[in-house]
Ligand binder design. Structure first.
Ligand SMILES: NC(=O)c1ccc[n+]([C@@H]2O[C@H](COP(=O)([O-])OP(=O)(O)OC[C@H]3O[C@@H](n4cnc5c(N)ncnc54)[C@H](OP(=O)(O)O)[C@@H]3O)[C@@H](O)[C@H]2O)c1
Length: 342
């Protein structure tokens, strides 16, 4: 089977034709890889080797494809179904940059007919990371069908225009919260169109950003989610200067930097890389993720959780390396870079 491997940390992407086609376990499906969203984690894993469990490795985790066979205990899917989601990271057999890859049944989303496979490739990593931050850490409750919750309390999302950010803005809004988000001015109208109530440019002086947050929210927030991994200092300052809440929570996708927390702020980091992995903490994260997927599937099907706008930045396995490079340039800000694999 064809695919793209990385031999060791720092080694280049190489197209190969002799990969073994994986066989699904009882609760797994084998997926023909059609499109893959590109994420910063691919470059992180390729360059440092972190999160890679065995070499050589096939990377790619934002899956979108078609089920070609199912394990003996699978009930959710059948051959021919469209699926998407985030695969296990760094484990041979699961990477999306190959013709066929495995997915765990409980971690695979059913692709509804109102979105294309290209769009589906923009949703898995972003929506699951957003859900871990909003539900597992910040305690938001996902609404059931027909429920439209409403709250006066704001959620502050820093860096709302990325893949994690756009999913976070939409899900927080669905949970009934007004959302204030930071972004480049060019992405402000996009973010308002998907549910943000107010935005501010993160390149302005922090004091000016804080003044706008204070003026808009009246200090009625205690929960801040940095979806950019670049806004820890801003988040802590915003909580210190603009929040009137007694209980202050900060959650970030930055799970690598040293962060010193003030005594009155609880800090949590998201680790989506634990998805599907063995280990007690990993299995707890996996169970949380499995519990979010039925909600997220419904929101996508109802058009309430919208895929990102995207750009096809490569066609075929030989284009993967260049596609990852293009994604890293950031030139398609606000859009997901997607590579076509079949
Ligand atoms: N820990 C985890 O489990 C986990 C999971 C997923 C992702 N991540 C990490 O989360 C980060 C975001 O991932 P992504 O896929 O959403 O990235 P992305 O789609 O590339 O988006 C990144 C966004 O960050 C914004 N940004 C850049 N500098 C900023 C700043 N100083 N302040 C606020 N926002 C800023 C940009 O906004 P504008 O375009 O508006 O300028 C851009 O849209 C990455 O570092 C990724 O590795 C971690």
């Amino acid at each position: 089977m064809k695919g793209v491997t990385v031999a060791s940390p720092g080694a280049p992407y190489v197209v190969v034709e002799d990969l073994e086609k994986p066989a699904p376990g009882p609760n797994q499906v084998l997926v023909k890889s059609l499109f893959s969203g590109i994420n910063p984690v691919e470059t992180y894993m390729q360059s440092t080797g972190v999160l890679v469990h065995a070499w050589p490795i096939v990377l790619g985790c934002d899956a979108s494809g078609t089920v070609v066979s199912v394990g003996s205990a699978v009930t959710k899917f059948k051959e021919g179904d469209g699926v998407f989601g985030c695969t296990r990271l760094g484990v041979p057999g699961y990477g999306t940059f190959q013709e066929y890859h495995l997915m765990d049944e409980g971690l695979a989303f059913r692709k509804p007919s109102n979105i294309t496979h290209e769009q589906a490739a923009t949703l898995g990593v972003g929506s699951l990371t957003a859900s871990l931050g909003l539900a597992a850490v910040l305690g938001l409750r996902f609404p059931e069908k027909g429920e439209t919750p409403s709250s006066d309390e704001w959620i502050i999302v820093l860096g709302g225009s990325g893949a994690v950010g756009q999913a976070t803005v939409q899900i927080a809004r669905l949970c009934g919260y007004p959302v204030f988000t930071t972004c480049s001015p060019s992405n402000s109208s996009l973010l308002k169109s998907i549910g943000a109530s107010a935005t501010v440019d993160y390149k302005l002086e922090l004091a000016d950003q804080i003044a706008k947050i204070e003026e808009t929210t009246g200090g009625n927030f205690g929960r801040v989610f940095d979806t950019s991994a670049l806004s820890t200092a801003a988040a802590l300052e915003i909580l210190a200067k603009a929040s009137k809440a007694k209980e202050k929570k900060f959650v970030t996708v930055d799970d690598w930097s040293d962060i010193k927390a003030p005594a009155d702020v609880s800090i949590s980091r998201i680790k989506l890389g634990m998805i599907g992995q063995p280990g007690t903490e990993e299995q707890a994260v996996t169970k949380d993720l499995e519990s979010y997927i039925p909600y997220l599937e419904t929101y996508v099907e109802e058009g309430k959780l919208r895929p990102m706008q995207y750009e096809i930045v490569g066609d075929g396995f030989q284009a993967v390396a260049e596609a990852v490079k293009t994604s890293n340039t950031g030139k398609y800000g606000g859009k997901k870079c997607v590579v076509k694999l079949a």
